[in-house]
Ligand binder design. Sequence first.
Ligand SMILES: NC(=O)C1=CN([C@@H]2O[C@H](COP(=O)(O)OP(=O)(O)OC[C@H]3O[C@@H](n4cnc5c(N)ncnc54)[C@H](O)[C@@H]3O)[C@@H](O)[C@H]2O)C=CC1
Ligand SMILES: O=C(O)C(=O)Cc1ccc(O)cc1
Length: 376
Amino acid sequence: MKDTDADFIINKIGFIGFGLIGGSIARAIKKSRPHTLLYAYDHHANPPSADFKEALSDGVLDYVTGNLTEGFPDCDIIFLCAPVLANVSYLENLKHIVKPSCIITDVGSVKDNIHQAVTKLEMEDVFIGGHPMTGSEKTGYVNSYALLLENAYYILTPTSNTSADKLKILLNLIEEMGSIPIILDPKEHDEITAAISHLPHIIAATLVNLIRESGDISKMMKQLAAGGFKDITRIASSSPQMWQNICLTNSKVIKNILNRYIKKLETAYHALDEMDGEYLYKMFDTAGEFRDSIPNKSIGLINRIFEIYVDIIDETGAIASIAALLAGNHISIKNIGIIHNREFEEGVLRIEFYDEESEEAAKELLKRHHYHIHER
Ligand SMILES: NC(=O)C1=CN([C@@H]2O[C@H](COP(=O)(O)OP(=O)(O)OC[C@H]3O[C@@H](n4cnc5c(N)ncnc54)[C@H](O)[C@@H]3O)[C@@H](O)[C@H]2O)C=CC1
Ligand SMILES: O=C(O)C(=O)Cc1ccc(O)cc1
């Protein structure tokens, strides 16, 4: 534990909303501050959900309550980790409960909406907006893990009344989790995330629905859609409630960027109509060049997947040998399975890891053991 003011002050932290992100933050905090008490509010307290029972037995949470007046009044920090509209709905209640020194922060993917509510409720001195730029299409405490926050950018959006002390406490805590804090204005945040996260989620969902609704041929399309199509539409498997809430709260900004995107599609349509080979070539060429210049190493808003593809011989125990080799070298596997598609005619083993370090270590190790890795 680092010797900072923040260590001294933070005795108790509360969570409202305890799924993938709340659970991952709690796990990271419990790791670096085992003595800080972690409380969570269960909005379905009767009967308590399995996730909360598991978090208590894991030792990640110390207390779960169905009543915000229990434990939350003396929380030093409260994380709002529910879908964005639900987060906003708790502010008014919390205003009458929390102590003045409390920091209420959220993890929501939209920032202007909650800041507007905070201003209306005159809660600018207790609230600091937050958004960890990491996550996945998975939901729930069961999929949470402390490393999710590691090396991820974590945006903070202080208000005009945020004190330097409160900001420092939250910055320290975020750094302790292994994240990299960045301070942004809420509107600026929403512009950026609309383009690089909200629009891509809409594109992925509509593209998948296009295939789903393609009549008789959609069955065959589905069968052949492994590989590239599945890669670029992974995020279509994200939580529908979470994305509905994001779209409803950032609709104006998303509409602007969606409009620009529709124009791009129309131009592509026109180029096809006109058989404009020069335009089509340039479209793919400029996009490829720009995409290749996006850094590979850092974690972005849409998560990089740390995966490798390894040729294996089709015999019993082939997967087990690789799994044992990795485990024996302390490399944790997130997911493992055989892929059959046109790209890999013979069938290939796909192994997914939690971080880049494990991916690189696994590549080295398997190459040393004469496995063939597909460079992609
Ligand atoms: N999933 C992701 O990759 C990321 C999500 N976020 C933001 O984090 C927040 C949480 O998302 P996840 O943890 O991914 O979702 P999740 O679905 O895993 O967890 C959300 C939790 O909130 C609870 N919840 C729903 N309505 C509630 C209510 N009215 N009161 C209290 N709890 C309620 C659910 O039971 C669930 O346990 C969202 O605001 C989202 O925009 C931010 C960064 C990444
Ligand atoms: O699955 C992915 O890669 C994501 O896009 C995760 C994600 C979802 C919402 C956010 O606000 C930030 C990150």
